[in-house]
Design a protein around this ligand. Structure first.
Ligand SMILES: Cc1cc2nc3c(=O)[nH]c(=O)nc-3n(C[C@H](O)[C@H](O)[C@H](O)COP(=O)(O)O)c2cc1C
Ligand code: SF4
Length: 419
């Protein structure tokens, strides 16, 4: 995907030209604020910041939970294993100091000097940007914290926080049964704050400009700006910074697309939800609006499916990929997702539609709520919305056979091992 970074709303995190060096960063944002750590937690709470890694967890509650414990560690989650998302890679590359500021401030707030930055393996540009930013900071004695970079396995579930911690502790990057939650016992059995890179960069802005400033754009439920990755049937796919509450029409317009050419939007990534374009016309990027459509912004993925592509084929391919991303630990996930993917493939082939539909419904009931992590439930949400939105395609395939081939819209990249 070609990456642009045109802001649809006010550019708070991303700027043109990007503030990559420490000098450019300080010129744009000023010095790193050094107010007492507890103030950051209050400010982040008043700002209403929610995590940007997908689950929208209130950021202040997590800071508080870790700050109340002894000898914590901060883990910066920059794994971004979601294939349709690029926002974290763009942020780390274009504004590395903002991420490091946020991590340093969060470390101070919870009472540690240890920060571990986790980036997916084989991302040399991201690692180079972080390494050079860290070197600049060390040379100027800017921080009291120590930053370390670790390159995590390329697997979808490796970025799940318990998987990441298990891997940092020397194991495979596979989710572990929780509790204990990371804030109780994480890296080296120490209380661990795991935050997404964008969450931390937003904290760096809140520390500088305050909670009122943060809330001055957006909606009460989704204050501030959000990074979204727009891909598919738009002229300028890329990472955009948008204000909470921005309409989906404006986002698509901003990326050079028109709703008239779009069949459906996938919102929130591969654990997300398809919204048909006629419904998406009326939706905005805020929780109540998306909730109404059964969706959530998740990690900020907005993928536009053109009319020429087949939603069923795209969905079946992603389902098969998701099934292959299971961590091989829980029966319902390993066998159930595999069988669901096979059912989706049968629908694409136009075979046994009624039986397959019934079988898929039964399988989804069996798998729902099982497994040690949210992987199976996330995959089920995607499959269920695919069947709801592209049901007519299944009928068409049954009657006339599969549609004409179209280049893939949603990427399904090869992934590596678990260590
Ligand atoms: C299968 C799976 C994969 C995940 N991958 C990522 C990821 O790549 N990056 C990320 O920040 N969060 C990821 N998460 C969410 C993390 O578990 C965790 O909630 C997040 O890092 C917390 O940061 P936040 O509170 O700042 O959002 C994933 C969750 C699941 C279930
Ligand atoms: S539910 Fe699936 S992905 Fe999650 S731990 Fe179990 S096997 Fe692994």
């Amino acid at each position: 995907m070609m990456m642009e970074d045109v802001a649809v709303g006010p550019a708070r995190l991303l700027s043109q030209p990007p503030a990559v060096t420490l000098a450019a960063h300080q010129q744009r944002f000023g010095d790193l604020p050094t107010a007492g750590g507890r103030d950051l937690i209050d400010d982040v709470g008043r700002a209403g910041l929610r995590g940007r890694g997908g689950a929208r967890f209130p950021a202040a509650r997590k800071l508080q939970a870790v700050a109340a414990r002894r000898r914590p560690v901060v883990v910066v989650n920059g794994c971004e294993g979601e294939p349709a998302s690029q926002k974290d890679k763009v942020l780390m590359t274009q504004a590395p100091h903002l991420v490091l500021d946020g991590a340093a401030l969060a470390a101070e707030a919870v009472g540690t000097r240890e920060v571990i930055l986790c980036v997916e393996r084989n991302r040399p540009t991201v690692v180079a940007a972080l390494e050079s930013a860290i070197a600049e900071r060390v040379a100027t004695g800017l921080d009291r914290v120590r930053f370390g970079i670790r390159q995590a396995p390329n697997r979808y579930v490796a970025g799940e926080e318990s998987a990441l911690i298990h891997w940092l502790n020397g194991g495979e990057a596979k989710p572990t049964l929780v509790p204990p939650r990371p804030f109780e016992r994480g890296v080296d059995r120490r209380p661990t704050l795991v935050n997404n890179v964008e969450t931390l960069a937003q904290m760096a802005l809140i520390a500088r400009y305050g909670a009122e400033w943060f809330r001055s754009v957006g909606t009460p439920d989704d204050p501030g700006t959000f990074l979204v990755t727009v891909s598919g049937a738009v002229a300028r796919p890329g990472v955009y910074e948008v204000v909470g509450g921005t309409s989906l029409v404006s986002v698509i317009d901003g990326a050079g697309g028109t709703m008239a050419q779009i069949q459906a939007l996938l919102i929130g990534g591969y654990f997300g939800t398809w919204i048909p374009a006629p419904v998406a016309q009326h939706e905005a990027l805020d929780a109540p609006s998306l909730d109404w459509a059964g969706a959530s912004l998740g990690c900020g993925v907005i993928a536009a499916l053109p009319y020429a592509a087949c939603g069923l084929v795209e969905s079946a391919r992603v389902t098969s990929w998701l099934a292959g991303q299971n961590a091989g630990q829980c029966g319902p996930c390993v066998n159930g997702l595999g069988a669901i993917a096979a059912g989706m493939a049968r629908l694409v082939d136009g075979r046994d539609r009624d039986d397959t539909y019934r079988g898929l419904e039964q399988l989804m009931e069996l798998v729902s709520g099982r497994g040690a992590c949210r992987h199976p439930d996330g995959a089920l949400r995607f499959v269920s919305s695919s069947l709801g939105v592209f049901g007519e395609h299944a009928l068409h395939h049954d009657l006339y056979g599969p549609c004409a081939a179209h280049p893939p819209i949603l990427p399904t990249p090869a992934t590596g091992g678990w260590r």
